[in-house]
Design a protein around this ligand. Structure first.
Ligand code: ZN
Length: 169
């Protein structure tokens, strides 16, 4: 198991799996904030390969009247601005839901190294479900994908959101 060290957020010598889960807890908090605002509950955290948090965001498409304002895109924008670099080579994107085609396209452009997601999305997912942009030999960049991290929490958040929305007239 890979041992990583993060001086900023999680103390020392946490394993990569522990780090993934800790980042996912943060992404889930963002997703809950999105749900409270009436947005589809998706949250994302972008971290360095060592687990240092660079950006976090939630889905804000309604608030911004912007179809591209997905959590992953907003996290990428924040981190790229902070780094003053449109390439975020080797970073890790943690998202509660499998990234869609648009976000996977952006993640490939940004040269993100690893994606960790919670629940798969069979309607939009482009990291293995509907498409797999992470390992398409026609693209010039590969992304390692880890799926199913805290999947049940991520999935039930989305499920409850749509269930409640259907109830409201
Ligand atoms: Zn997306």
């Amino acid at each position: 198991m890979k041992i990583t060290e993060c001086h900023v957020c999680f103390g020392f010598a946490t394993t990569m799996t522990e780090t993934d889960e800790k980042l996912m807890i943060l992404a889930l908090a963002e997703a809950r904030t999105a749900a409270a605002a009436g947005e589809v509950p998706v949250g994302a955290v972008l971290a360095s390969a060592e687990g240092q948090i660079l950006a976090w965001a939630r889905n804000r498409t309604i608030e911004f009247s912007d179809p591209t304002a997905h959590a992953e895109i907003l996290a990428l924008r924040q981190a790229a601005k902070k780094a003053d670099n449109y390439r975020l080579t080797g970073t890790v994107l943690v998202s509660t839901i499998e990234p869609c085609m648009m976000c996977m396209g952006a993640l490939v452009h940004a040269r993100v190294g690893r994606i960790v997601y919670g629940a798969a999305d069979d309607k939009w997912g482009a990291a293995g479900s509907l498409y797999d942009f992470s390992a398409d030999p026609r693209l010039n960049h590969r992304i390692e994908v880890v799926s199913g991290v805290m999947a049940e929490e991520c999935r039930s958040l989305i499920r409850n959101f749509f269930k409640n929305r259907r109830k409201t007239p």
